[in-house]
Design a protein around this ligand. Structure first.
Ligand SMILES: Nc1ncnc2c1ncn2[C@@H]1O[C@H](COP(=O)(O)OP(=O)(O)O)[C@@H](O)[C@H]1O
Ligand SMILES: [Mg+2]
Length: 376
């Protein structure tokens, strides 16, 4: 990965460049890029769940390549031992009748960790992880509980745990403050980019040191909440309770910091209702059905632009998927619908996501018209 001397670039600009560079390299992963960068800035762990080959590792490896600090990555299987994650037991220690782990290069010494297939770990490994991720402390075996430097753990998994798969997995799921499902590429244009771009590896124009990230975290934690945003969050929680979704107190409190980090990522100097968009990845416990409810409630209460763009794009895909461009009446109906979506996108506050979506809809309109001309 290419990087340039970047000492003179302020950290906030570095973050926003990395956001753009990751989103440009990966196809249809803008939301995931925002989620992982928000997690990095909030110092909260993040889990991405999606089918094999949908770009999770590409994104998470890219993030770790860009961010400075000591790193640890592991692919967990049922056979991975605690030694591989926490470090082997010291032989010298054993000779003196002491049981201590040598943690050099392992999770207890990492600033940033990537646990791939994290839900596959054995009970022994999951139990070790639970404590370390939650309390960010570790006892190497000598009875001294030390703070670990871990700032961010990113996890990936192929499936959400089945309901009733045991306490360990649901406890582990709870350690990740942000959790997002990663869907396969949806649009035809996205698929073209996936197929014909020669390389999807992100290229970064900057790197960022661990100290700079600490500065960014402090600045993000100091972003104030506007009164509107506070009211919106309270209303979201009330409506969720009415819908039977009750995120725990710790999760609610952590969400406040996560939304601050997202506002910082968006370049805002105060949290506004639209920044609640990111809270859809925090405010639920049960992956079956709750994430969708939370997203709907947030979309209704806080009306974030990003969520409206996503909804409109889904509509566009629905229309395109159901249209035979060679049937003129069909094509005309679809064109009218796309025109309407384009107008709605134009009415949204200006921003890169709305702009990109408008460009996409315009391109699709052109293709539709060309295809129907061909058919005549
Ligand atoms: N959304 C995407 N954008 C760009 N490349 C992708 C995307 N999804 C998959 N790929 C391609 O497929 C490869 C495998 O993806 P990977 O990150 O290993 O998947 P996962 O970790 O989700 O199983 C990537 O290296 C990339 O070439
Ligand atoms: Mg992977």
């Amino acid at each position: 990965m290419k990087s340039v001397r970047s000492e003179s670039v302020p950290v906030r600009d570095k973050v926003s460049r990395a956001r753009a560079e990751l989103a440009a390299a990966l196809v249809e992963r803008d939301a995931e890029v925002d989620v992982v960068l928000t997690a990095l800035l909030a110092g909260e762990h993040v889990l991405l769940v999606g089918p094999p080959g949908c770009g999770k590792s590409l994104l998470l490896d890219g993030l770790l390549a860009w961010a400075g600090g000591r790193k640890f990555s592991v692919l967990l299987t049922r056979f991975t031992t605690p030694e591989e994650v926490l470090g082997p037991v010291s032989l010298a220690g054993l000779k003196e009748d002491r049981y201590v782990r040598v943690t050099a290069g392992k999770l207890p010494e990492a600033d940033l960790a990537f646990l791939d297939e994290v839900l596959r770990g054995s009970s022994a490994v999951l139990n070790c992880l639970l404590k370390l991720l939650n309390e960010r402390t570790f006892d190497a075996g000598d009875g001294v509980v030390k703070k670990v430097p871990l700032k961010l753990c990113v996890g990936a998994a192929n499936d959400w745990p089945e309901p009733d798969t045991g306490k360990e997995l649901s406890a582990l799921l709870d350690r990740f403050t942000l959790r997002k499902t990663v869907a396969p590429i949806r649009t035809a244009a996205g698929r073209q980019r996936l197929l014909w771009a020669r390389d999807h590896t992100p290229t970064f124009s900057t790197t960022v040191t661990a100290a700079e990230l600490d500065d960014a975290r402090r600045a993000a934690a100091a972003v104030p909440w506007s009164n509107d945003a506070k009211e919106a969050l309270e209303q979201v929680l009330r409506e969720l309770a009415r819908e039977g979704v009750h995120p725990g107190d710790r999760r609610q409190f952590k969400t406040v910091g996560v939304v601050r980090a997202f506002a910082y990522l968006c370049g805002a100097d105060a949290v506004r209702p639209e920044h609640l968009e990111v809270a859809q990845h925090c405010l639920w416990d049960d992956p079956a059905g709750e994430p969708e409810k939370v997203a709907q409630v947030i979309a209704k209460v806080a009306n974030p632009c990003g969520m409206r763009v996503a909804q409109l794009l889904l509509e566009v895909e629905g229309v395109l998927g159901a249209t035979d461009a060679r049937n003129l009446a069909d094509a005309a109906r679809a064109a009218a619908k796309l025109g309407e979506v384009e107008r709605q996108l134009a009415a949204l506050p200006a921003g890169p996501r709305a702009e990109a979506a408008r460009g996409y809809v315009r391109d699709q309109l052109k293709r539709l018209k060309l295809a129907s001309l061909d058919a005549v």
